[in-house]
Design a binder for this molecule. Structure first.
Ligand code: CMP
Length: 144
């Protein structure tokens, strides 16, 4: 089924100039970029986004990192977009990610693992609403 998923290039990926490369990989795969923005993440948004990790020892570090410099947030659409994007990213820990995946090719540490992608249909719906509410899907609007 056609799905939408939320994907974010984290501060390390933006600082390293990997945004174009990452968008290109998804586009060449056939996923459609339907919304995107570069933004400095407010602390409240970071805390909401990572709410499920609130009790983890690394939560503070995670919020500090994600708010440290701009991220590139996007919505991708396509058949099985959620799992396809996750597979292209590789495992959360870049050390365990296969070559050919984004983290496998460009990452080495779990904290600065370049990219985030929704892990389920529920997460995708929640994250798209959280990051892109009050904004219509740009592509849909342009073609309709
Ligand atoms: P992400 O997919 O964005 O979702 C939660 C994030 O927590 C994860 O990517 C990692 O970047 C981060 N994370 C997971 N485990 C650790 C850890 N042990 N130390 C620091 N960050 C972590």
């Amino acid at each position: 089924a056609v799905e939408k998923t939320f994907v974010m290039v984290k501060p390390d990926g933006v600082q390293r100039g990997l945004v174009g490369e990452i968008i290109g990989r998804f586009e060449r795969k056939g996923l459609k970029l339907v919304n995107a923005k570069l933004l400095q993440v407010p602390e409240t948004l970071a805390q909401s986004h990572y709410a499920e990790h609130k009790e983890r020892p690394f939560f503070g570090e995670l919020v500090t990192f994600i708010t440290s410099s701009p991220v590139f947030a996007m919505v991708l659409e396509g058949d099985s977009a959620i799992s396809v994007a996750r597979n292209m990213m590789g495992k959360t820990n870049p050390v365990e990610s296969a070559p050919g995946t984004i983290r496998g090719d460009y990452g080495l540490t779990i904290g600065m693992n370049i990219i985030h992608g929704s892990d389920s249909a529920e997460s995708a719906a929640r994250e798209i609403e959280l990051w892109f509410s009050n904004e219509t899907i740009a592509y849909d609007k342009a073609v309709d």
